[in-house]
Design a protein around this ligand. Structure first.
Ligand SMILES: O=C(O)CCC(=O)C(=O)O
Length: 285
């Protein structure tokens, strides 16, 4: 349940911390699944999971399409700890944005990051990108992309925590240090960005944030690896960020609710005749 305070703070800051979003058992099952996939090189596949990196610096290894990795990953698609919150902030119920269902996941990946690695500053309200926008209009949230970033390891000082500039989803101007610390720059990390804060998490916690907030991570300095998973949710008419297609095997084994989020257009729940009839009834002319 979202409280009025959650909603207020999300609007103000652009993110919420969800404590204990995943149980110890869920985190253990996910980590065991990732252990089975590693080592994986960039460009290699483990089944339908793809070894990948964003390419803007030394950000560690991404395991793209992680929801293909088995049941512990599938349950993240509509996890009760966040799915209603995500629907609320993406919004769109009763509008064209809901044409094929409430949501679509346009990217989902695990990230494994070791010492010396980080992701530079990116995003911000000044960009005005429609896909990632923060939007509150007509008394409701209508955000383009809400991310759930789950901690699979404890992430404290020195661990390369996710960093955000609170409130920057509403920025009209670029952060003056943006170019110095952005992805692809000579110092691609958020450690020294004025106004940025580290979000420390225990394994199983998650951050819900609008992608328009300026964000990235601190550089990991501690030994060992940091592990996270990111699911990016937007309206049902979206498409895969990297052009991935979910496997038939996955689509066939998902529950109807999960399948609708992974592949809204082929949802058995969608009946075009019924949809047209409903729209005519709502808007007779
Ligand atoms: O790796 C992180 O902590 C931040 C992830 C990130 O930059 C993103 O989800 O866009």
């Amino acid at each position: 349940m979202l409280t009025d305070m959650d909603t207020y703070l999300f609007d103000l800051r652009g993110f919420l911390l969800l404590k204990n979003a995943l149980s110890t058992e869920e985190v253990a099952a996910i980590n065991a699944g990732i252990d089975r996939m590693l080592p994986l090189e960039r460009g290699e596949w483990y089944g339908h999971v793809h070894g990948h990196s964003f390419g803007g610096g030394d950000e560690g290894l991404n395991l793209q399409q992680i929801y293909e990795g088995g049941e512990p990953f599938e349950r993240l698609i509509d996890h009760p700890s966040w799915i209603d919150k995500v629907k609320y902030f993406v919004g769109g119920e009763g509008t064209f944005d809901y044409n094929h269902g409430p949501l679509f996941i346009d990217e989902n990946f695990a990230n494994v990051r070791g010492p010396g690695q980080a992701i530079g500053l990116h995003s911000g309200g000044h960009e005005g990108t429609k896909r990632t926008q923060f939007r509150f209009h007509n008394g409701r949230f209508q955000c383009g992309q809400i991310n759930i970033l789950m901690a699979l390891t404890d992430i404290g000082p020195g661990d390369g925590a996710t960093m955000v500039v609170p409130g920057s989803h509403k920025a009209n101007l670029p952060h003056p240090e943006f170019d110095k610390y952005r992805m692809g720059s000579e110092e691609p990390s958020v450690d020294h960005v004025t106004g940025a804060i580290e979000i420390h998490m225990a394994a199983g916690d998650a951050i819900l944030f609008v992608d328009a907030i300026s964000h990235g991570s601190a550089k990991r300095v501690n030994p060992g690896n940091r592990r996270i998973i990111v699911f990016r949710y937007g309206p049902s008419w979206g498409s895969s960020r990297h052009g991935y297609r979910s496997s038939e095997a996955l689509l066939n084994r998902l529950t109807p609710e999960r399948r609708q989020i992974v592949h809204p257009q082929r949802s058995a729940a969608y009946d075009p005749d019924k949809d047209i009839a409903l729209k005519r009834a709502a808007n007779p002319q």
